[in-house]
Design a protein around this ligand. Structure first.
Ligand code: FAD
Length: 435
């Protein structure tokens, strides 16, 4: 009989949690669930904090909800403010754990975290669980992923691939081990205190006002939001509205919960399929599946290329990567003089969310008009985005910069034309004070 540390990473939920179920397999006598909060002092090479206030606040609310759910199962969550590489070895020694179980994250720093735990002598078992489709079921070994998204999508659809059904949340968990050092104990109600000074902002202009209770970070709010989105029939109009800029309903807003793992993609898709069975499939409901496939594609690209996605040249040939620090500062503070871009950067900083359309416009402007390093822009998005996801952020920035797998060699969006098409009356630019 063993004692297992379950390390929550970007999977802050109990429903559809294969890694947690594996940790509780017969033979596990004691279980200690642990989460390590994002480091608030870490600074990027570009001179700003890595984890901004919006993200930290969103994470806090997801952790608090998870802590409450685990408390009700009589297996409380241990919330640690120090990094996993120092916390977990000490904890494992203190409670006599013989194993750490966690989800697998195929990004370089996250892989290095696991390697450092192994180097300290811990037995770490990782399980892949963040994609909709199981990479083992793809029509090719993941290392031979097609270079173009369209080929990937067509092959997936041609093969009729669909994800396994989501798993129910466990009804009970093994009890805590003896010997948890008192300094680690934090009341679930106090998880937010670990993020003191980072309460959610309530900007009334936000397209995702996460300060309001229905948009809190945990899985209960995630599942309610999903249900409400479907109950109002919004998938049917998704394809028509998804390029909107203002308000909650133009797109699904599933991403903030998918990013922390409070919502499982398999659960989102299963409920979307149930919606289609009841109300009929439509262009809109198909397009949500299409976008979720993009999410998977960027995950599988990491399994295929790993560290290469983090080079300045990405997957492209060796070439210069210019950078203009003054232009970058103007961009990130919303002072480029280009009204649509400035409005977008102001929304991002004020709310931690930005529509897909404006992420594309803002990223394109930084790379193709201001000739700045795409990695600086990716880091700025990471700092702010509630839905920051290492795979989707890196993949989309590479795509716009033309350093990923896009056969067209990059995407430039003309901001004046984008404004005329997507903000014809200027309402968005007026909302953010740039028109
Ligand atoms: P919807 O339009 O309702 O789409 C449904 C779901 O499909 C989303 O929740 C998301 O999981 C997935 N999806 C949609 N578009 C994309 C896409 N282009 N790439 C990958 N998945 C997609 N998305 C993130 O989740 N995290 C990021 O860090 C992130 N960074 C981005 C950076 C740039 C430069 C760009 C252009 C896009 C980025 N995206 C990122 C993708 C996309 O903008 C967001 O997923 C989307 O805006 C989230 O809002 P939603 O949930 O309402 O999306």
């Amino acid at each position: 009989m063993s004692t297992v540390l379950f390390w929550f990473r970007n999977d802050l939920r109990l429903h559809d949690q294969p890694a947690l179920l594996a940790a509780c397999a017969p033979g596990t006598r004691h279980l200690l669930p642990v989460v390590c909060l994002p480091d608030e002092h870490q600074v990027t090479p570009w001179g700003f904090a890595r984890n901004g206030a919006h993200r930290r606040s969103w994470w806090a609310s997801a952790c608090q909800a998870l802590a409450q759910a685990l408390f009700e199962l009589r297996c409380p969550l241990l919330v640690c403010t120090a990094p996993a590489r120092t916390t977990l070895p000490a904890l494992a020694r203190a409670v006599g754990a013989d194993r750490v179980v966690c989800e697998d994250i195929a990004a370089p720093e996250e892989q290095a975290e696991v390697e450092s735990l192994r180097a300290s002598g811990l037995n770490v078992r990782t399980l892949w669980q963040s994609s909709l489709l199981d990479p083992e079921t793809l029509p090719w070994p993941v290392r031979q992923l097609p270079r173009v998204f369209t080929q990937f999508r067509r092959a997936v659809e041609h093969a009729g691939l669909c994800p396994a059904a989501p798993l129910p949340a466990p009804g009970a968990l093994p009890p805590w081990p003896q010997g948890v050092p008192a300094r680690y104990l934090l009341d679930p109600a106090n998880v937010l205190a670990a993020f003191a000074g980072h309460a959610p902002t309530a900007d009334a202009r936000s397209a995702f006002p996460y300060g309001a209770p229905p948009l809190h970070g945990g899985e209960t709010a995630a599942l309610c939001h999903l249900e409400h989105y479907l109950a109002r029939g919004l998938p049917t109009q998704y394809k028509r509205t998804r390029n909107g800029l203002i308000g909650l309903d133009y797109s699904s807003k599933w991403s903030p919960w998918l990013a922390t793992g409070a919502l499982s993609p398999r659960t989102a898709l299963a409920q979307l399929r149930a919606f289609e069975a009841e109300h009929g499939a439509s262009d809109g409901s198909y397009w949500l599946w299409f976008e979720l496939l993009w999410r998977d594609y960027f995950r599988f690209l990491h399994l295929q290329h790993g560290d290469a996605l983090y080079r300045a040249r990405g997957l492209g040939p060796e070439r210069d990567t210019p950078h203009d620090p003054a232009a970058f500062t103007a961009w990130r503070t919303g002072r480029t003089g280009q009204p649509l871009v400035d409005a977008a950067l102001r929304e991002l900083a004020a709310t931690g969310y930005l529509s897909n359309r404006l992420r594309q416009v803002a990223a394109s402007y930084l790379v193709h008009d201001l000739a700045c390093d795409w990695r600086a822009g990716a880091a700025w998005f990471e700092h702010h985005l509630l839905d920051y996801d290492v795979y989707s952020n890196q993949g989309n920035w590479l795509y716009i910069a033309g350093r990923g797998t896009d056969p067209r060699g990059g995407r430039r969006f003309d901001p004046a034309r984008q404004a005329a098409t997507y903000d014809p009356g200027g309402a968005y630019r007026r909302l953010w004070g740039t028109a």
